[in-house]
Design a protein around this ligand. Sequence first.
Ligand SMILES: Nc1ncnc2c1ncn2[C@@H]1O[C@H](COP(=O)(O)OP(=O)(O)O)[C@@H](O)[C@H]1O
Ligand SMILES: N[C@@H](CCOP(=O)(O)O)C(=O)O
Length: 322
Amino acid sequence: MAVYTDITEVELGAFLREYDLGELLSYKGIAEGTENSNFIVHTGSGSYILTLYEKRVEKADLPFFLGLMEHLAKRGVTCPLPVHRRDGAVMGELAGRPAAVITFLEGMWPRRPTAAHCREVGVALASMHIAGADFALSRPNALSIDGWKKLWSGCRERADEVEQGLEAEVAADFAALEAGWPSDLPAGVIHADLFPDNVFFLGDRLSGLIDFYFACNDAFAYDVATCLNAWCFERDHAFNLTKGTALLAGYQSVRPLSPAEVEALPLLCRGSALRFMLTRLYDWLHGPDGAMVKKRDPLEYVRKMRFHRQIGSAAEYGIQPQ
Ligand SMILES: Nc1ncnc2c1ncn2[C@@H]1O[C@H](COP(=O)(O)OP(=O)(O)O)[C@@H](O)[C@H]1O
Ligand SMILES: N[C@@H](CCOP(=O)(O)O)C(=O)O
C-alpha cells in the first residue's frame, strides 16, 4: 500500500474547503500504487482520488501531468480529470506535499492479463499517442539514459547484493544501449508507465488509463516496448508471443509502426527493461519505506533484460507485416 504521508481529518477538511465538492464524508488510504500517497475520498458530491506527490514527482511537472489528463480526456481518451479549486487552480498543498484531487474512474486493473486485454492496451496506447499530438506543454523524459545513470550511480556498488554479477551485467548493458540508442524515431507525449495496474477494465472493455506521473516526450516505440515488457511476460518469466502479437496488432490498428521503429524495438525493450530494473533496484536498496508500500522485485526485470539481449528481430515479439 502506498501511503508515505498520512493526513488527518482536520487537515483534509480544511484542504477540501478550497473545492466545491460538498462535505467530507469519509476517506481512506489506497492499498495500491508505488510512487505517491493516494486516498479515496467520499464527499457530498461523489468519490474522488486525492494524491499527495512524493519524491519522484517534481512540483514543477504537475501542470504537465494534470494538464495532459485534461487534454487527453477532451480528445476521447478516458482518464481521470483534475478537479479545479474555487480559485481555478488544480493543485494545492496538504501535509507539506503538493496535492491534487482527480475524478474517480470505474473499473479494475487485470490481475491476469489475457491476449484480449493486450490488444485493447495496444489500441489505447496508440490512441493516446495520437491524442497527445497537439498538447501544448512538453517534458523531457527524466528517466532516459542520463536518468538511468544517476539511479545506477546510487546503487551500482550494492548491485551484487541483489544478484551476484549484476554490476558487470548492467555495466555491459549501459555500453550497448548508449552506443545504439535511437534519437530520431517518431516521438511525442508518452505514458511511460502503462503497466496493468494503470489500466482499468469493466468486464473485457478497457475503461480508462490512470497514473500519468511519468508521462513525458519521448519515442512512441519506447512506450510500446514498456508495454511489451509489462503485459506480455508470464509469471514463469517466459515471453508470451500470443500476447505480444495481440498488443502490437492493437497498436498498429491505430498507428502503424514505421520500419525504423520496428527495427529499434529489441533495443528499446532492453532499455525499458533496464529503466524499470533500475528504479526497482534503487527502491529495493534505499526504500521507499512507507508505512504501507510493497517493494517491486528488480530481478523480474533483470530476467527481461536477459531475454531481450538474445532477440534477433522484432518478429520475435509478434510484429506482423502491415
Ligand atoms: N482516478 C482513479 N480512479 C480510481 N482509482 C484510482 C484512480 N487513481 C488511482 N486510483 C487507485 O489508486 C491506486 C494507485 O494509483 P497510482 O496512480 O497508480 O499510484 P502511484 O502513482 O503511487 O503508483 C491505483 O491502483 C488505483 O487503485
Ligand atoms: N510500474 C513501475 C512502478 C511504478 O508504480 P505505479 O504503481 O505507478 O505503476 C514498476 O513496476 O516498476
